[in-house]
Design a protein around this ligand. Sequence first.
Ligand code: ADP
Ligand code: MG
Length: 353
Amino acid sequence: MKKIMIYISTFLLTTGTLLCGCRTYINTPYSSAEYAMGTIVSNTIYADKNTGREISENITDELNNLENNYLSWRADNSLISRINKTSENGSTVMPDDKASLFFRKVLELAEKSSGAFDPSIGKIIDLWGFYDNNPHLPEPALINELLPKCSYKYIKYTDSGASSSISLTSDIKLDFGAVGKGIGCDSAYQILKTSGQDVCGAVISVGGSILVYGNKPDNSIWNIAITNPRKDNDDDNNYLGILNIKDTPCFISTSGDYEKYFEKDGVRYHHIIDPKTGYPADSGLISVTIICNDGLVSDGLSTACFVLGIKDSLPLLKEYNAEAVFVSTDKKVTITDGLKDIFTLKASGYITD
Ligand code: ADP
Ligand code: MG
């Protein structure tokens, strides 16, 4: 009898470990949809219900903290707002460790992308009115006046080891809109990590940025859908295609010309601006999806690569060990080599390269 008991418990233990890699076998994930960072945050968490709810609440709290205390240029006391005031009052802001890391990564990406991603672009973004519910074509003279003033090179970040400081040396306005959701995914990853064995796997999606964490209980592959950038009628597939993700953590971000835009005289004006011209990027792309091992980087790269176009994006992707799915204006889908076996095109009307 004792032998049988031992056999049974060993079997359960091995089954649990083998199938799940975590403490208990949880077949149905905890799912929730929240609102934070100005977008829908959907959580799918393979954990027991209470843990799932707790993690989900912690993630929402942290996203609100990031938005209100760090990233928003609207919140008066956020880090970004305090830095934005330094060009007027000549002061300096001392960032905490978390903020220092954002700035190091953001400035590195601005440099490596030759300014295709430029977080100093705020005043030019304001001219287009996308955030005032008043999108419109700005006066060209206003764009030309701002262009020479806007550059990440005017963000002074100094790190003396013990402390760091940030100030602006030109009258610019920082806008972290291109990396905020990715930063949110990085924080979600930190929260999930601290849960140890209580969470088997999870998918956290903050608007267009996604974190895939851990494994599903049955170890099956995660299917992550990429939005169809041109769903013109109800019959069209919602999804451009599916990514089969096995290696985690994995961060996926998409930037497209369909998120915020208006049309005038048959021309689409969207919210991803080429910092060299001050006008919406016109590199022949309608959508870029980035897959890599860092949330901020995947989000920032999706914006940078949208501006750069396919050819100029490739060396940048290599530097960051990132993969991409590009969709061109002629509905051609181009994927980088690392995705050949894991991307499946689903929507009709597209051709693969
Ligand atoms: P979304 O916010 O729709 O997910 P992105 O991640 O591409 O899309 O971010 C777009 C936002 O980033 C814009 O709304 C604007 O605030 C900002 N932005 C636009 N162009 C640039 C750029 N070239 N570099 C940095 N930030 C940009
Ligand atoms: Mg982005």
